[in-house]
Design a protein around this ligand. Structure first.
Ligand code: GDG
Length: 737
């Protein structure tokens, strides 16, 4: 992070002010994010990192007490939202729309337009503050679902900024996201695309994000990179870790030891089952209580021999769903204690309050079983903290498979939190597990999470974010103007052998309403003829079109051709195809295409020998786009592995994967020691070709806008033709009249 100042943005600042007896003091919050950021190597930067967040104190309090945090490791920039905006933004859109939806509780969503407006206003307000703060070379790291729109808003103010985004909660499947009104959904997704790097806890969340972008915005990813507004947006998996050493060392802390001894002696005749969560319906506390009930019912021999210490930490209790939950939990605790309790024993010890750190560690280390059963959880740090704090390598973790943490903690007893009998059964197993087996499982999990701790998490995100800037610099295609064009013209003139790979539609000919109407102009014929007649030149038209059409338009020219993305190849006047002649898959796919065409007026199907194409260029743009997304979604789940779906320019094409333009282009370029290879194309399929041609003497040119793997760019078809004419003139100047 040399010379780079870090700007962190999260909803909460890492401290708050506490006023007692008219005296104001600072209460730091020891969240995972603070630890993570502090552990980054910021030594290269001469300036303090900045932390921007929404203030939970008044502007006046800040002005009069800011000196209390002046010596902190961060410079704080609080954003003051008015009460109503903050209410509708935080409790409204963030916690009553996005939180339940992203955790698969659609029926808990309370969508109101005023909430969305407040979310937009809050994101705007924060972006205005960030806009003032950010300087060139700063690295901006935005956190969580409160600020999905923020990366793009910052990008609009600082187009060259380096922006990372990390989502701490799950990213749901598109089926959930599509429940939001289209405009709202697109606003959120394109907001995220303002970032250079978008990070998630798991591969599932990442894939769901990429799929949502494709289905909602029509942008396909390539190796988890999305081409958006001349940039590449990278996404990646960064499972958050914990401060392992801190939790592990706390085992031997004096206060922890004292508390642990107290707990153990208070429950010397019982095994301790423990859980701690914020009050939240996603955490599965009600289901956990049902499971305990089932356990005591199924295995009555355990009555009197266990105690379940249930700690619920107050959270968001201004929202109805939350305080309702509190009442439900308290009723269930009362019911179960009433049902099984005796005059000398109660199965559940319940506390609705937060724990001091030493108490938390004492409970982690005194318990026999940690029972962690969220219905959905982005990661779940409690599970990792429990493992880390068990220096004695004893204790059993029962963990919901619906948590991100389950991916890394496979040696826990993994359960489905909705299946109370399975949880009851695993609870029995946990209570009866041999100490040696407990140690075996603990040791493996400890080794894993100690390696990828919070420091590694933050550093690996930061390294990848910085890397995106390097990649961007390298991948910025340069306009083929003056000096650069002259280099190409000179190289072309000097080379003794040259290969020209020219895409057809969108490169040599502009798009027409029907494929058959895009016949080549006399200009195109003329320039191809000229180029092909230059000694040492091999001219290849490389297209997705069928070979019959290409032959009828260009067959009379002394050029080679590639049709259907490489299925057919014409060399020295002879067409051949090397693919297996199996098109039985078409019978499976055709009915779907027909069905989608019948539901989309003016969409039509083009049948080629090795592919089927569903065109929607003539359809109403919105309907066409929506149907094309549905079609892609359907096909992706249906197609046998040897087929590939290409999401093209107003066309969805299904083809055999045996070949693509990249493979053919590489074959052709390597077939002869060409001194210069020039490849020109406009489409996503041409990107395969650009990726395959990476040698020094390979000159790749993208036609039109959009991010690309080509090294150079021209604006449109007429610039392509002008360039080709100039190339031809280099070697064969038109004789003066
Ligand atoms: C979100 C995502 C993701 C809790 N009670 C006490 C206390 N805690 C601490 C725990 C832990 C943290 O709070 C809770 O973290 P979780 O991960 O379990 O849950 P969320 O707050 O919902 O966090 C989640 C996380 O972001 C990080 O990306 O894992 O999935 O929902 O650190 O120790 N700490 C103390 N007393 C308490 O009473 N001292």
């Amino acid at each position: 992070m040399k010379n780079n100042r870090l700007v962190i943005i999260s909803y909460r600042l890492p401290f708050t002010f506490k006023t007692e007896n008219r005296t104001v003091s600072v209460k730091p919050s020891a969240g995972g994010l603070v630890t993570a950021v502090k552990s980054l190597d910021l030594s290269g930067s001469s300036q303090k990192p900045v932390w921007v967040g929404c203030a939970d104190f008044t502007q006046r309090l800040w002005e009069t007490n800011r000196q209390l945090v002046a010596d902190d490791d961060f410079e704080y920039v609080p954003v003051f939202l008015d009460k109503k905006t903050n209410q509708d933004f935080y409790n409204g859109f963030a916690n009553s729309v996005l939180w339940p939806l992203f955790h698969y509780f659609p029926s808990f969503v309370d969508y109101r337009h005023s909430y969305l407006e407040a979310y937009q206003a809050a994101n705007e307000a924060v972006s205005a503050v960030v806009g003032e703060v950010v300087q060139p070379n700063d690295i901006v790291w935005v956190h969580d679902y409160h600020f999905l729109a923020l990366p793009q808003l910052i990008r609009e103010r600082h187009p060259a900024a380096t922006i990372g985004f990390f989502l701490h909660i799950p990213f749901p499947s598109y089926e959930l996201l599509r429940l939001l009104p289209g405009k709202c959904r697109n606003y959120l997704l394109s907001g995220l695309l303002g970032a250079d790097l978008v990070g998630f806890h798991t591969t599932d969340y990442t894939i769901q994000f990429l799929q949502s972008v494709q289905l909602a915005l029509g942008m396909q990813h390539r190796m988890w990179k999305i081409a958006y507004q001349e940039r590449l947006v990278q996404s990646g998996v960064y499972p958050i870790g914990i401060n392992y050493a801190m939790f592990n060392d706390a085992y031997s802390d004096e206060e922890v030891i004292r508390e642990r001894i107290e707990l153990k002696s208070a429950y010397k005749d019982q095994k301790i089952i423990f859980s701690v969560d914020r009050l939240d319906y996603t955490k599965g506390v009600m289901q956990r209580l049902d499971a305990l009930d089932a356990f005591l019912q199924e295995y009555p021999e355990w009555q009197g021999k266990i105690v379940f210490i249930l700690v619920v930490v107050p959270s968001r209790d201004e929202i109805q769903r939350y305080w309702e939950r509190k009442q439900m939990i308290e009723q269930a605790v009362g019911r179960i204690n009433g049902k099984y309790g005796t005059l000398t024993w109660l199965p559940i010890m319940y506390q609705y309050a937060s724990l001091a750190f030493p108490q938390l560690i004492a409970l982690y280390t005194a318990c026999d079983v940690a029972l962690i059963t969220p219905i959905r959880d982005g990661m779940n740090l409690v599970a990792k903290e429990f493992i880390a704090s068990r220096k004695d390598q004893q204790g059993v973790l029962i963990l919901s498979e619906m948590t991100g943490a389950a991916n890394e903690l496979g040696e826990a007893l993994l359960i489905n939190p909705l299946d109370e009998f399975e949880v009851a059964e695993q609870l029995k197993l946990a209570l009866e597990m041999e100490p040696a087996e407990q140690t075996r499982r603990m040791a493996i999990m400890q080794q894993r999470i100690s390696k990828y701790d919070v420091e590694k998490w933050a550093n690996s995100f930061m390294n990848d974010l910085l890397q995106t800037q390097e990649t961007l610099k390298k991948s910025q295609p340069r306009q083929l103007k003056t000096a650069r064009k002259q280099t190409l013209l000179n190289q072309f003139a000097e080379a003794q052998s040259r290969l020209l790979l020219l895409d057809y539609d969108g490169t040599l000919s502009a798009f027409a309403s029907k494929p058959e109407l895009a016949a080549p102009s006399s200009d195109v014929i003329d320039v191809l003829q000229k180029l092909a007649s230059i000694p040492g030149n091999t001219v290849v038209v490389i297209s997705g079109r069928d070979h019959e059409t290409l032959e009828s338009w260009l067959g009379h020219l002394p050029i080679d051709m590639v049709a259907e993305h490489g299925a057919y190849l014409k060399q020295e006047g002879v067409w051949r195809n090397d693919l297996l002649d199996d098109d039985s898959w078409k019978a499976l796919v055709r009915p779907f295409l027909n069905d989608f065409a019948s539901r989309c007026p003016d969409a039509f199907i083009e049948e080629k020998n090795y592919s089927l194409a569903w065109h929607y260029r003539n359809a109403d743009p919105d309907t066409g786009f929506i149907r094309s997304r549905e079609l892609i979604h359907t096909l992706e789940h249906l197609l046998p592995y040897q087929l590939r779906v290409l999401d093209g320019n107003k066309v969805v094409e299904i083809k055999n994967v045996d070949t693509d333009k990249g493979k053919v282009a590489r074959q052709l370029a390597l077939a002869h020691p060409y001194e210069l290879v020039v490849a020109i194309g406009d489409d996503r399929t041409d990107e395969d070709m650009f990726c395959a041609l990476t040698l020094k003497n390979h000159f790749t040119i993208k036609v039109g806008r959009g991010s690309t793997n080509a090294r150079h760019r021209v604006e449109n078809v007429s610039q392509v033709l002008a360039l080709l004419k100039e190339l031809a003139e280099q070697v064969n100047p038109t004789p003066a009249l």
